[in-house]
Structure formats: C-alpha cells, structure tokens
Design a protein around this ligand. Structure first.
Ligand SMILES: Nc1ncnc2c1ncn2[C@@H]1O[C@H](COP(=O)(O)OP(=O)(O)OP(=O)(O)O)[C@@H](O)[C@H]1O
Ligand SMILES: [Mg+2]
Length: 259
C-alpha cells in the first residue's frame, strides 16, 4: 500500500429515516478484506460510494471518510492519478479501441512508470483471475466481462498501485473470487467486496451487515465460521466443477456428486 495511506476510517452518518447510525467508526487497513452484505436497497452501494468519494457529510448518507485519521487533501479526492481507490463493478468496461498491451502501456506512460516488464506482469496477474486467458494482442473492447474485470483488478494492483480496491457484486462475472482475495492480500491491498456470495463473504476478515441505509452489525470471522468456511470452500469447488461441465455441454448425472 502507498506508505502515505495507513488507514481509511468511515464515520457514521444517518440511516434512511434520518436516525444516527449506531457504529463508532469502521477502519480499513492494508491487507484487510471487508465484505458488505444486506438486502436489496439496504445501502451497500451507497456505503462504497462514500468510500470511493471520500464523503465529507456531502452524500445522501451524511457519512465522513477520513484518510490516516484526517480529512484527505483535495488532490487525493479529485486527481484520478492520486486517487487511492479503484471501484470495479459488473458494468465496468474498457471503451478504448486498443490492444490489451497498448492499453496497459498507455497507463504505464501516464503514470510515468519506468520499471520494465510491468505490462506482462499485469496480463499474467489478470490471467490468474480468469479461466479464459487474455492475449496481449487482443482488443480490450472485445474482452468478455470476466476478462475485462480481471484486467481492471490487475491494472489497479500493479500499474495503478491503488491501495484500496472495491468490487461491487462481481460474483457471477467469470472471475476467480477466492484467487482475487488471496492475491490482493499478498499485495497488501485493502479490499472491499459488496457480495451475496457465501464464499466471498466468509473469506473476508470482516463482514458489514446493512439494513435501511445503515450499518447494523460488523461480524469478525472466527471459530465456528472458520470451520464453516472450509465446508463452503468444498461446496463452492463442487459448484464450480458443475458450472464448468455445464459450460462444456456435458450432461449432469448424480455420478458428479460421488467424488
Ligand atoms: N443512509 C441513507 N440515507 C438516505 N438514503 C440512502 C441511505 N443509504 C442508501 N440510500 C439510498 O437508498 C437507495 C438504495 O441504496 P443502495 O443502492 O445503496 O442499495 P444496495 O444495498 O446497493 O441495493 P442493491 O442490492 O439493489 O444493489 C439509493 O437510492 C440510496 O441513495
Ligand atoms: Mg447496489
């Protein structure tokens, strides 16, 4: 993580009825993973937007987001090259009519990075997140949704060197979510996931539960949930294998479950 950013703090605002939120503060540090869960309309996207915008009582929720305990300088909030947050959603697309390599080289130049091999490193990293391999000479506009999101995450990690990465509901998007979590932890990124996926929710260190526009609980994974996570991993593995067989056009019989 950028040495200048040691922590992000979310301070409470108001729920949808204007009542004060009942949490003191939520602090996110490098290498931590946080999931945000809750029903439709409960304010999950509003919370990540607050983080992305570094809200200062100027959004619908009235929350304030601090960097290293203080209101961040204007340049961090407004200058895309300095902004420490990358938000990747289901709808994230690359519109440029460029090859993957050219697209990444352009980003490397704009960030004045001189290190050799960073483009290849980024493509290799993206290919750890997706089963459909990305070729350096493929056009970015022709990538699939899963390939695009994998490339965007890898680009934010390596070239953008963004300390905080937020993913809004990318579950069924052809991307290996568990791999993303493991890799981003290793790169010491702070990762925030909006998710309905049990595997992702339980793999994260903490889980924020939203309702009626407010944070109602923060659950830290420990003990029994650690054990449940192992069972969920197995189930998820089985479901992934089934998904692959369906994609390959195979018929599914009970024999699949006998493994
Ligand atoms: N604290 C709040 N005060 C006022 N309005 C809020 C608050 N939180 C969220 N809202 C508003 O409620 C609506 C639903 O919130 P949001 O889109 O964040 O829900 P969500 O949990 O992301 O839902 P979905 O699962 O459908 O994506 C939005 O219009 C949002 O601006
Ligand atoms: Mg949402």
């Amino acid at each position: 993580m950028d040495p200048e950013i040691a922590e992000i703090t979310v301070l409470p605002g108001k729920d949808k009825n204007g009542g004060t939120e009942h949490f003191e503060r939520i602090v996110i540090r490098p290498g931590e993973t946080l999931s945000i869960v809750g029903p439709t309309g409960s304010g999950k996207s509003a919370l990540i937007n607050d983080i992305e915008l570094f809200a200062s009582n100027d959004t619908v929720t009235g929350r304030t987001v601090l960097v290293n305990g203080t209101v961040p300088p204007e340049e961090i909030v407004r200058d895309p090259a300095k902004k420490p947050v990358a938000l990747i959603t289901q709808g994230t697309k690359c519109l440029a009519d460029l090859a993957v390599r050219e697209f990444l080289e352009m980003h490397v130049r704009s960030r004045k990075i001189v290190r050799k091999g960073i483009v290849e490193e980024t493509i290799a990293l993206a290919n750890e997140f997706t089963g459909e391999k990305i070729a350096a000479d493929a056009r970015v506009a022709s990538l699939s949704g899963g390939q695009t999101r994998s490339l965007m995450v890898a680009d934010a990690v390596t070239i953008g060197n963004t300390p905080i990465i937020i993913l809004d509901e990318i579950e069924n998007a052809g991307i290996f979510r568990d791999r993303v979590i493991e890799v981003l932890k290793a790169y010491k990124k702070a990762l925030v996931f909006v998710t309905h996926d049990p595997l992702v929710a339980l793999m994260c260190d903490r889980r924020i539960v939203m309702c009626n526009g407010t944070v109602v609980r923060v659950i830290e994974r420990c003990g029994e949930e650690d054990r449940a996570l192992e069972a969920i991993r197995k189930m998820d593995g089985l479901l992934c294998a089934l998904r692959e067989r369906i994609r390959a056009g195979e018929s599914i019989t009970e024999a699949v479950f006998a493994v």
